[in-house]
Design a protein around this ligand. Structure first.
Ligand code: B12
Ligand code: SF4
Length: 494
């Protein structure tokens, strides 16, 4: 008997500002780990899943829809970040036109925070799954197959005539070990097509793992609605097993841990490091950490076990802004943590944002001073975006944010400006902060050395440089005097 088919889609979304398409050669191209987990779960229960990674293969909305229609699946599962909602809805509409009986299920961070609004707005989506998806999706599929009442399924949003109904959620297991291993084998051209941002790893191939889910902090800009405040985790043994599997089966040489709080437990981190060291596993890895979770002893052990880079959410150089963000951190602690990390021989990636409510010329100057003062090797600056699901979204909604900015919510557009600053000024300062960090001889020298040590990055850099040159020339010949953004595409009318 033919198996029931489910196509999972990571839809295309605007990841690069118009005019800057050449940037794709150096940006992060990681797959959706959520879909890999879901595909593994449904396969375990006898379904036949497949995965479409739109952006990684430059698939347009039309191409994705055509691919799905050709498959004639019984179900389609789409993962939704806020930025991808509109393109996902267009894909769903096209699928529904060709295959009216295919049931379209959505989930992911946007649904966990804006589920009812999204289902009400987009008739193309049939059912939404809120929060962690594995168990809920299985219960949902079982209920649909048996044509039972949807009100018995936990954690879903569905239509009942003209009404939108939401069922109560379910608590997840404290230990995640029972989940099947993510279905990396279903990813086309894995691991070679999936690369983190340039210089963000020493040598590929690379894969991602989420060793834990959830974060107990409540930073006001952060959307934690999918996994909530309770940290749940895999045992160190299972994380180690996943790393070993990736190394032995796919030749993976670098792991990116994407947990919100990889260092939530020093005990678990120590155990994982010891397992790696006992095995002699020759692998590098990166993770994220809060500045208050690192100390010299654990950093030294992590370095020995292959840790290559830690991403810290440093956010800003202003204590006043950190307080407004409820970050429960201070600039002095951040500085200490970055110094300890550098002393241990691990690179620091600093994650910053510009334009948070309360930002002004003084806080911007503090950030510029801060980034030059600390021994950080890579700086990631995002344009403050009030993502639905973050506490600050609720604070700002009703001022000058509009929900039809969803497709611009990718951290690369200012969809909101703090009092006293315009979007134009923020854009100017955005460039200046990055330039103040990167245009220093010691940073230039560092990247030169890194390129010589790991020449695999050179190829991407050359493609990026050629793309940039091409865009500049086209702009001059098109009468835009070198400006890369076409004027009508430059800003949102906030
Ligand atoms: C790794 C990561 C990335 C990677 C990979 C992205 C990807 N497609 O997965 C990269 C670097 C590419 C990335 C990019 C961006 N990211 Co990101 N990213 C993350 C991070 C740190 C981990 C994601 C992860 O792998 N989680 C583990 C897996 C298992 O969980 P999951 O994907 O959520 O899936 C589970 C459930 O959501 C649900 N589910 C998901 N999809 C579906 C679909 C169906 C049908 C069902 C039933 C269930 C379901 O079930 C899954 C299994 O339990 C999260 C933070 C977080 N804690 O999740 C931020 C996060 C998801 N990113 C975020 C953002 C904003 C972005 C960007 C838009 C901008 C930016 N600043 O980086 C871009 C572009 C987004 C895109 N469409 O890819 C926000 C999303 C907020 C929002 N409302 O949109 C988050 C929540 C960070 C935050 N706290 O604010 N990101
Ligand atoms: S920013 Fe980091 S520490 Fe703060 S709530 Fe989000 S995941 Fe947790």
């Amino acid at each position: 008997m033919a198996k029931t088919k489910i196509v999972f889609i990571n839809p295309p979304y605007e990841r690069i500002a118009p005019g800057y398409e050449f940037v794709k050669h150096i940006t992060n191209r990681s797959p959706s780990l959520g879909l890999l987990h879901l595909a593994a779960e449904v396969r375990l229960h006898g379904y036949e899943p497949s995965i479409i990674e739109s952006d990684i293969f430059d698939l347009s909305i039309d191409k994705v829809a055509k691919k799905v229609v050709a498959e004639k699946p019984d179900y389609v599962g789409i993962t939704l970040f806020t930025v991808g909602v509109w393109s996902a809805a267009t894909i769903a509409r096209k699928i529904k036109q060709a295959l009216p009986n295919t049931i379209i299920i959505v989930g992911g961070p946007h649904i966990s925070s804006m589920g009812p609004e999204t289902i009400a707005r987009f008739q193309e989506f049939d059912i939404a799954v809120v929060g962690e998806g594995e168990r809920i999706l299985m219960e949902l599929l079982h209920t649909l197959e048996c044509k039972q009442d949807l009100s018995t399924v936990p954690g879903i949003i569905y239509r009942d005539g003209d009404n939108i109904r939401r069922t109560p959620g379910m608590a997840g297991d404290k230990v995640l070990d029972k989940l099947p291993m993510p279905a990396w084998d279903l990813l086309p051209d894995f691991p070679h097509a999936y690369k983190p941002a340039i210089y963000d790893f020493p040598r590929g191939p690379v894969a991602t793992i989420a060793a834990s889910r959830g974060c107990p902090f409540h930073c006001k800009f952060c959307d934690t609605s999918t996994f909530g405040a309770k940290v749940r985790h895999y045992s160190p043994e299972v994380v180690f097993k996943m790393m070993k599997h990736l190394q032995n089966t796919y030749g993976v040489r670098h792991i990116m841990f994407v947990d919100d709080l990889f260092l939530a437990s020093k005990v678990r981190t120590t155990e994982l490091c010891n397992l790696i060291l006992e095995d002699g596993m020759n692998m590098t890895w990166t993770c994220t950490a809060r500045v208050d979770t690192v100390k010299p002893d654990i950093l030294k052990l992590m370095k020995k076990a292959g840790c290559w880079e830690i991403s810290f959410g440093l956010e800003t150089g202003s204590n006043e802004l950190l307080k407004k963000m409820d970050k429960v951190a201070c600039v002095e602690k951040s500085e200490q943590a970055v110094k300890w990390t550098a002393d241990a021989g691990i690179r620091t990636k600093g994650l910053f944002m510009l334009g948070y409510p309360g930002e002004n010329q003084e806080t911007i100057q503090k950030t510029k001073d801060f980034v030059q003062r600390i021994p950080m090797t890579i700086m990631n600056l995002t344009k403050f975006t009030p993502y639905p699901g973050s506490p600050v979204y609720r604070d700002l909604y009703g001022t000058n944010i509009r929900d039809d900015h969803w497709e611009k919510m990718n951290g690369m557009n200012f969809v909101w400006a703090p009092e006293g600053l315009t979007v134009e000024e923020l854009d100017r300062q955005y460039q200046k902060i990055l330039v103040s960090f990167y245009r220093r001889p010691k940073i230039g020298l560092y990247y030169l050395k890194l390129t010589l040590q790991y020449p695999n990055h050179l190829f991407r850099l050359v493609r990026f440089a050629l793309g940039y040159l091409n865009a500049k020339l086209r702009s001059f010949f098109g009468g835009r005097r070198g400006l890369l953004v076409k004027p009508h595409e430059a800003h949102l009318d906030v």
